[in-house]
Design a binder for this molecule. Structure first.
Ligand SMILES: [Zn+2]
Ligand SMILES: [Zn+2]
Length: 327
């Protein structure tokens, strides 16, 4: 079977043996996989030492081809979407709900990678990170399960609860790439009054067409940083209310110019980060997508596996909004 691998800083398609069920779990025939911003960061920062360990692609949609563990939820032929990491629920991090910091979480992954014709998942994936998806959704829409769950976690980390009325709270998302727009949609699903800002007029327009405006005269209870640019920190500080929250949701290139200590102190700001989803977030994400409560139609540009390099190039150069690789 074919599978993508980073070799000498280039993404190559290599021939691998189809994975077999040598553990308890399932083989999934991959229908497609979304290209995540974190894949781009991994590619950009790969070194000869790290690149062999890099797993590209985790926003997988597929069909269960074979399953060998007792599981009432899934059977052969089910169409599923999935996340790649699960926590142990036992360690100090897990007890503290810092699931993304759990060693098991960091170690667990799909095999060999999302940009493959087949992947193997284990029984804990089936238990915690794999979800059946509605046949009313197109495959590229199903692939938003994991990215939307990341946004849900960020919204929750900011203190918003799904079953509460949050309509008196406002939030500004700075950076309106695919994850920024998804964050806006997650905030809206949580009933938060959501606004978006991007330095790119094109992206600002795109968000506006999806129903999200920017009000430069307003201050916001929370600002979500999804821009991946340290200049956005200033925007966040300009628009957050005193005593408000800034949620950090992206890495930046130059990590030196950061938050101003005194501004955080005198304005009593809370700086919170959110990195990767927990199991509850994946579950809510599947419900919101399957019940059409978050609409992710027409956000993706579809590429074949042969054109994976072009999808990566187009994403690096902001030519597209979100790439989905059809396998
Ligand atoms: Zn992702
Ligand atoms: Zn743990």
């Amino acid at each position: 079977m074919r599978s993508a691998k980073l070799i000498n800083n280039k993404v190559e398609l290599i021939e691998l043996e189809k994975p077999s069920l040598d553990i308890k779990g399932a083989i999934i025939k991959v229908l497609g996989c979304g290209l995540c911003g974190s894949d781009l960061v991994k590619i950009k920062h790969a070194t000869p030492e790290t690149e062999s360990k890099i797993v590209l692609g985790h926003e997988v949609v597929g069909v269960i081809e074979d399953i060998n563990c007792k599981n009432d939820t899934f059977k052969k032929g089910d169409i599923v979407a999935l996340g790649h990491h699960y926590p142990c629920f036992n360690c100090e991090f897990c007890k503290n709900k810092s699931y993304s910091m759990c060693k098991t979480f960091k170690k667990s992954n799909i095999f060999p990678c999302g940009f493959s014709q087949y992947i193997k998942v284990d029984e804990n994936h089936l238990k915690y990170t794999v979800y059946k998806m509605s046949d009313k959704l197109k495959d590229d829409e199903k692939a938003f399960l994991e990215p939307l769950s990341c946004c849900i976690r960020a919204v929750r980390r900011c203190g918003f609860e799904y079953d509460k009325d949050n309509s008196k709270s406002s939030a500004l998302v700075v950076g309106l790439g695919s994850i920024g727009l998804l964050m806006l949609k997650a905030l809206k699903a949580f009933s938060v009054e959501a606004y978006g800002f991007d330095i790119s007029q094109k992206r600002q327009e795109f968000a506006k067409n999806q129903g999200f405006e920017f009000d430069k005269n307003k201050k916001y209870d929370a600002v979500f940083l999804t821009a991946g640019n340290s200049k956005a920190i200033k925007t966040a500080l300009d628009y957050v209310i005193d005593g408000g929250k800034i949620l950090v949701f992206a890495s930046v290139e130059d990590d030196i110019s950061g938050f101003s200590n005194n501004e955080i102190y005198y304005r009593e700001l809370s700086i919170i980060a959110s990195y990767s989803p927990s199991v509850e977030d994946l579950k809510l994400s599947s419900e919101l997508l399957n019940n059409n409560m978050v609409n992710v139609k027409n956000l993706s540009t579809i590429y074949s596996l042969d054109n994976l390099s072009k999808a990566i190039d187009d994403s690096f150069n902001n030519r597209i909004f979100k790439a989905y690789i059809k396998i």
